[in-house]
Design a protein around this ligand. Structure first.
Ligand code: C2E
Ligand code: MG
Ligand code: MG
Length: 684
């Protein structure tokens, strides 16, 4: 489903040229209508004046006729006498009450089948066509106004040739139309029609044309302006659409375009039964590349990638840069089942990466990719006409990105597929990061103590402080679930401080309460050891409560010895100088280096429980290593703690080897402080 934001941008990106064109066409139509109306008005005005004149004349004839009739003349006599009283010869026609012609003068008569309407002139005139006028319909009367423009204008320049003056030529009549105008009569029972001749001179028509041209010129200005404006707005809209979808770094299409296009592809009906893959393609150490070769070179690389990908992306596929050096790629997968889709996908991504690497052969550029498979969509009812719904392109890409983050760092081409566990892990990490500060404030982290025993005497002689997160919302969380996250985020140093302080406080309370003092070891993370001034810092934390320094042992994991050895050696020496004991934790769990034993003056060696695991032969060989390790530690004046001991025979073996302490489930699991205190009392 499209978000409101998406809709807003999609709206901006749409090329809406039709409204502009529509407005222009409408305006043009209005102009044409206005022009026609103006011309019509003008023609009506000219011809109307003439018709009104004819009516006046007819009225005069009517008055004379009425008067002659009033004098007692018959209609025929009155018709004859009329000529004496009116100016010029008038053809008249008299009809009786039933419309029969009583009398008609002249060579034609009214054609009563063709009534002419002159309402538009503003007054109603009763008029009929002439029997010889050639008019075939009432409307055709308007046709008289059809103006022979060429005739006028060609002639306007050529009249000299015909030996006429301009005035003569303009006065020439070019329209001539006979008709009969009804004269209004008093109630004599007759109707009187006077024959009129409607004429238009060339100049009448020229006026209409001149006015028309003026109107065209005036109307043309806004039409041209609007036309230019419409063109501009179309061009602007095109540019806007291009800009909205432009990635300014690669000069290609941007993420907004990708989001819209990928959604369109995935929700098409014909694509619903096809498998797709959302790929996150990432340039490894891009920032380093930019720092070394310059920002411009970095952008050129991305441009080259964009150009390359656009040539490789087919129909029903899309790509765009997401951010930084990450490209999103929607890929159509060939195959018939999950396995084939994956195979196709990985092959194609590999070959893309291989070709991309070749873009800059002189520089070593590594790519890695995360792939989120989008299987064919089959609706619950199995019907073919369903399409993918609620496609969230960003979410699909986020999962591809999550897979990319988890891809194996040691591979040359790091490619990983997304699975739901990944999402679970990432959600968990986020939860931890979001909640850890509050958890520390609320004292949700608790100290658990795991006793250490002397295998020869079976006495409790020490303990290791292990953290437990008793979350108010989730319950108990063991360190394996959050320590690695803390190590990544750096929060581990805060946790270490917290544990050291709590252990120091606990021991101070034991001292005050007169309880048996048990040495307790605390884990200090490798990240912490890399900090300068750590010994002073720990000293301050412990001294805030005041227990004896000898009662606190600090465990450093063996892997810390691979970091900056100088700082480590310095810190260990200082800690020892302050009276703390320092132990090497998990010896034998990773890549042990005997060198570290040589260089660092440690007090305790903690053997990892792994030595005692494996098959019979492995255990036997492990025992040999343990025996020699204990001997080595003794020679170096170190005491030995064996961790992870679960079985009696292991205890017996370690006792026989003179191992100083054992820490393991065989004796006890890590427990809350109160429980531990009870155990110490029972042990006494
Ligand atoms: P570690 O320091 O090596 O702690 C020993 C781990 O082994 C503890 O796991 C303990 O419960 C477990 N263990 C002890 N005996 C046995 C046994 O017989 N069998 C088995 N299977 N396991 C046994 P835990 O408490 O889960 O801690 C795991 C790791 O988390 C610790 O390993 C340590 O590296 C880290 N950690 C725990 N608490 C803290 C802390 O406060 N600060 C720091 N920096 N790391 C801590
Ligand atoms: Mg430990
Ligand atoms: Mg350990």
């Amino acid at each position: 489903m499209m978000s409101v934001k998406d809709k807003k941008y999609a709206k901006l990106g749409r090329r809406r040229i039709w409204p502009s064109i529509l407005v222009f066409v409408l305006f043009l139509l209005v102009c044409v209508a206005a022009f026609s109306f103006l011309m019509y008005l003008c023609a009506i005005c000219i011809m109307g004046t003439k018709i009104a004149g004819h009516y006046e004349e007819a009225m005069q004839v009517g008055i004379v006729f009425d008067e002659l009739m009033a004098d007692g003349r018959s209609a025929e006599e009155a018709a004859d006498d009329i000529q004496q009283y009116v100016v010029g010869k008038k053809d008249i026609c008299i009809t009786d009450r039933d419309g029969r012609i009583v009398l008609v003068t002249g060579d034609s008569e009214p054609n009563f089948d063709l009534l002419l309407q002159f309402d538009t002139v503003g007054q109603h005139f009763g008029a009929v066509a002439d029997s010889k006028s050639g008019l075939v319909s009432g409307e055709a009367f308007g046709d008289m106004l059809r103006m022979p423009a060429r005739d006028i204008f060609d002639g306007a320049f050529a009249f000299d040739d015909q030996g006429k003056t301009r005035a003569q030529w303009m006065d020439e009549t070019i329209i001539r139309q006979d008709y009969w105008m009804q004269a209004p009569l008093k109630n004599s029972g007759y109707s009187l029609y006077v024959k009129c001749n409607l004429q238009a001179q060339r100049q009448d028509i020229a006026y209409v044309y001149i006015l028309g041209f003026a109107a065209i010129v005036i109307l043309l200005i806004p039409v041209v302006l609007l036309f230019v404006n419409t063109l501009r707005s179309i061009v602007m809209q095109r540019r806007m659409a291009q800009l909205i979808y432009l990635d300014t770094v690669t000069d290609g299409r941007n993420w907004l375009y990708f989001r819209n296009t990928a959604r369109r592809i995935l929700t098409r009906l014909r694509n619903s039964r096809k498998a797709f893959a959302m790929v996150d393609l990432h340039v490894e150490r891009y920032n380093n590349y930019r720092a070394c070769y310059g920002v411009a070179a970095g952008e050129e690389l991305l441009q080259a990638m964009s150009g390359f990908l656009s040539a490789r992306v087919g129909r029903n596929e899309a790509f765009a840069r997401n951010e930084g050096a990450d490209f999103g790629l929607l890929m159509l997968c060939a195959g018939d089942n999950e396995e084939e889709y994956r195979e196709y996908c990985i092959k194609r991504v590999r070959s893309l990466i291989a070709e991309l690497t070749g873009l800059r052969p002189e520089q070593k550029i590594r790519f890695h990719a995360g792939i989120n498979m989008i299987p064919p969509y089959i609706a619950e009812d199995g019907k073919w006409y369903h399409v993918r719904k609620n496609v969230d392109v960003d979410e699909l890409y986020t999962y591809a990105n999550a897979a990319r983050h988890e891809s194996n760092e040691n591979q040359e081409q790091r490619i990983a597929f997304f699975d739901q566990n990944m999402l679970g892990r990432q959600k968990w990490e986020r939860w931890v990061e979001d909640n850890v500060e509050a958890a520390l404030r609320n004292e949700e982290f608790q100290v658990y103590l795991q006793p250490k025993y002397n295998p020869s005497t079976g006495k409790l002689v020490g303990a290791e402080a292990l953290v437990r997160w008793i979350s108010l919302s989730t319950g108990m969380i063991t360190p394996g679930h959050f320590i690695p996250i803390f190590e990544r985020t750096g929060f581990i140093t805060k946790l270490d401080d917290y544990m050291i302080s709590h252990v120091a406080k606990m021991q101070a309370e034991w001292m005050i309460q007169g309880k048996k003092m048990i040495p307790v070891s605390v884990n200090v993370s490798r990240a912490h050891f890399a900090q300068e001034g750590l010994a002073d810092h720990i000293c301050q934390l412990v001294d805030a409560y005041g227990p004896s320094h000898e009662l606190i042992e600090l465990e450093v994991t063996e892997s810390a010895f691979f970091d900056d050895k100088d700082i480590l050696v310095e810190t260990v020496k200082q800690l020892k100088a302050y009276g703390f004991r320092v132990s090497m934790d998990d010896f034998g769990a990773g890549y042990s280096s005997l060198n570290s034993l040589k260089d660092i003056p440690l007090d305790v060696l903690k053997l990892d429980g792994e030595f005692f695991n494996g098959d019979e032969d492995g255990v036997r060989r492990g025992e040999i290593v343990v025996r020699e390790a204990i001997q080595l530690a003794k020679d170096l004046n170190m005491s030995v703690v064996a961790e992870g001991i679960e079985r009696k025979e292991q205890v017996d073996f370690l006792a026989s080897q003179d191992c100083d302490m054992i820490q393991g489930f065989y004796y006890a699991k890590p427990m809350p402080v109160e429980e531990f205190e009870k155990k110490v009392e029972e042990d006494a």
